[in-house]
Ligand binder design. Structure first.
Ligand code: FAD
Length: 295
């Protein structure tokens, strides 16, 4: 199934993101995680691709995505980056995905890995026509409610985003954010720029202070005072921090669903407990908006 069909039939699409283990030997752990995630019945599960995506020459992204489809009967979305690859590498991955019956790809530039060979690609928008020509793929892309960290500002980033969407994207997934008002203002701006593709809000339940500090340093998202107060107050108590992080994410999700957001993409960090708690809290809301889309 194409993910764009899901957006045609549902007001609010729920998905999870998982990442492959660093080594092929860790693959059983991710399968245990998926066993638990499948019971939560997400509309699709995405699998990241990158430095950890290959182990001993095996493309774990493709292998895990294939299992999500075949064993769990859930639609997979395979991430694919291009900045560290040549065109022939990309075509090999696409052929592997195609042979596994995977028809949804998240087209990404990726971040440059030191020492990687020169690439045939500079931006994700250059990867999109290559994917289109390689088979019958539905293509999604990434977007950044606060602007991409390398861009000189949100307005410039949105000009490039429009170009990327026009290259052939059917939907967008945002980078994580902790302040919904930044997402709403981004949505207004992209609508004014003529971007009509449905946008899923990327939500990361934060259960570890070090983890969020690392992420903020990598992607530059802003942290509201309310959020940092929680991190500082409970950092010494893992259980309290986990529960507060989940509660914060649930509050974000409730507001986003109620405000008509077309979908939520939960960065599960391969933690089924967290995904389960969130899904239990918002499942009835999503069912309600999908059953009564006009209200
Ligand atoms: P692009 O859309 O190419 O944009 C990158 C930068 O270039 C932006 O600043 C943009 O404004 C600018 N730009 C674009 N076009 C032009 C142009 N024509 N001229 C000048 N500037 C331009 N990384 C991984 O390695 N693996 C993953 O699996 C992965 N999954 C992700 C999933 C999501 C939902 C998100 C939001 C990010 C993910 N990332 C992943 C991170 C992503 O690879 C990085 O954020 C990367 O730095 C940008 O990727 P992009 O596809 O958004 O790039």
């Amino acid at each position: 199934m194409k993910i764009s069909d899901l957006f045609g039939s549902k007001k609010c699409v729920l998905s999870f993101e998982v990442f492959p283990p660093k080594k092929e030997s860790g693959v059983n752990t991710i399968y245990d995680t998926l066993e638990n995630l499948k019971n939560l019945k997400p509309d699709f599960i995405s699998v990241t691709y990158g430095a950890g995506g290959y182990a001993n020459g095996v493309n774990l992204t493709s292998e895990i995505a294939a299992r999500i489809k075949r064993v769990y009967n859930i639609e997979p979305l395979a991430h694919l980056t291009c900045i560290n690859s040549g065109k022939s590498d990309v075509l090999n991955v696409l052929s592997e995905l195609s042979s596994q019956g995977i028809s949804n790809v998240l087209a990404l530039r990726g971040d440059r890995v030191e020492g990687a060979a020169a690439s045939d690609f500079t931006y994700a928008s250059e990867l999109i026509p290559v994917i289109k020509n390689a088979g019958d793929f539905d293509i999604a892309g990434a977007c950044y409610p606060e602007g991409h960290i390398e861009s000189s500002g949100l307005d410039e980033d949105i000009i490039h985003l429009k170009n990327k969407v026009d290259s052939g994207l059917s939907h967008l997934i945002t980078q994580l954010f902790f302040d919904n008002s930044l997402f709403y203002s981004f949505m207004e701006k992209i609508q004014k720029a003529g971007i009509r593709a449905p946008v899923q809000a990327g939500i990361m339940p934060v259960i570890n202070k070090k983890q969020i500090e690392r992420i903020v340093s990598l992607c530059g998202v802003s942290l509201p005072v309310k959020f940092t107060k929680i991190m500082n107050r409970y950092e010494g108590n893992p259980e309290a921090l986990r529960d507060a992080g989940i509660a914060y994410a649930v509050e974000q999700c409730v507001d986003l669903i109620t405000s008509g957001t077309r979908g939520l993409h939960i960065y599960t960090m391969n933690n089924p407990y967290v995904a389960q708690k969130i899904t239990e809290s918002i499942g009835s809301l999503i069912r309600c908006v999908n059953e009564n889309p006009e209200q």
